[in-house]
Design a protein around this ligand. Structure first.
Ligand code: NA7
Length: 289
């Protein structure tokens, strides 16, 4: 398929490269000029990348960025044609996403929200899980692209429903990691050997994929961003905004948001670095001891 891929960040670079590897004709654009993946063309604006594309795939930071890429001065909108499809893998507001779908629809183009779960490693290895909202027939047409980038596609309903489900999933990730970080901090303060605690956790009913993935990085004090803290903080804001709109109270998440605010200096590190706030409050040193 002829695809425009917009946004070559941590996730987008691997995803675009996998589309090329699967034989699709890919034109990429990134706000800060960047070398395209081998075999892809580069365009100098979203509008130029989208010209002539059957599908425009977006993966940028936040709601504002998606709005700019779609409807800004050099946005995709000017290149929209009936029959074109926009797939957005950015984690943004479900309400805004539905608004974007409606505006794109006025030009006869289709829109699906296709956020994903999986790390930088899953993006690079084509093992993402897509959580999708939009018309079934359109999602079916995108199947060759989903297969190139991921291992699973789950449709959650109409426009915005992929994002709504994704926010719920990330809520669990944020709280699970916070639970692990608090437990580890307390255990260390009590003199428990962290290297022995992690296998114990993973052999019991407390085990979790989040802990399995994050524990080696935390024990190795490696906070290189797989999922940057600033993006999880953005997602927490989206969850709390969605909760307010639907009269839901999320007291634990409100508390976790405070930890993220205190971790501001580490915003470009992995969200696992929020453990440093807890260690600081416990009077522990920079090595978590
Ligand atoms: P990264 O690695 O922070 O990459 C973000 C991308 O978004 C990167 O290409 C940015 O371009 C781009 N960006 C940011 N702001 C804008 C604006 N205003 N206009 C155009 N492009 C912009 O994020 P990830 O790849 O980890 O994650 C992407 C999404 O998937 C995010 O919603 C996650 O929550 C899930 P830059 O290189 O800075 O010029």
């Amino acid at each position: 398929m002829k695809v425009a891929y917009l946004g070559l960040g941590i996730m987008g670079s691997g995803m675009a490269a996998n589309l090329v590897k699967a034989g699709h004709e890919v034109t990429v654009w990134n706000r800060t000029p960047k070398a395209p993946p081998d075999g892809a063309h580069a365009a100098d604006s979203p509008r130029a990348a989208a010209a002539g594309a059957e599908v425009v795939w977006i993966c940028v930071s936040d709601t504002k960025a998606v709005r700019e890429v779609l409807f800004g001065d050099q946005g995709v909108e000017a290149s929209l044609r009936p029959g074109m499809t926009i797939a957005d893998s950015s984690t943004i507001s479900p309400v805004a996403s539905r608004e974007f779908a409606a505006r794109v629809g006025e030009k006869g183009a289709s829109f699906v929200d296709a956020p994903m779960t999986g790390s930088k490693v899953a993006a690079a290895s084509g093992q993402l899980i897509f959580i999708v909202g939009g018309e079934e027939e359109i999602i079916e047409r995108l199947q060759p692209l989903f297969s190139a980038m991921g291992k699973q596609v789950t449709r959650m309903g109409g426009n915005g429903m992929g994002l709504s489900a994704k926010l719920a999933m990330n809520l669990i990730i944020a709280l699970t990691y916070e639970g692990f970080a608090e437990a580890l901090t307390l255990a260390r303060r009590l003199g428990v050997d962290a290297e022995a605690l992690v296998p114990l956790i993973q052999s019991s009913m407390v085990r979790s994929g989040v802990i399995e993935y994050k524990a080696p990085f935390v024990l190795g004090r490696d906070f290189t961003p797989n999922f940057p803290l600033r993006l999880m903080e953005k997602d927490i804001k989206l969850m709390l905004e969605a909760a307010e709109q639907s009269q839901v109270k999320l007291p634990a998440l409100e508390t976790v948001e405070e930890i993220y605010k205190q971790a501001h200096a580490d915003r470009d590190k992995d969200y696992a670095a929020t453990i440093k706030v807890l260690e600081g409050l416990a009077g522990m040193g920079s090595e978590g001891k």
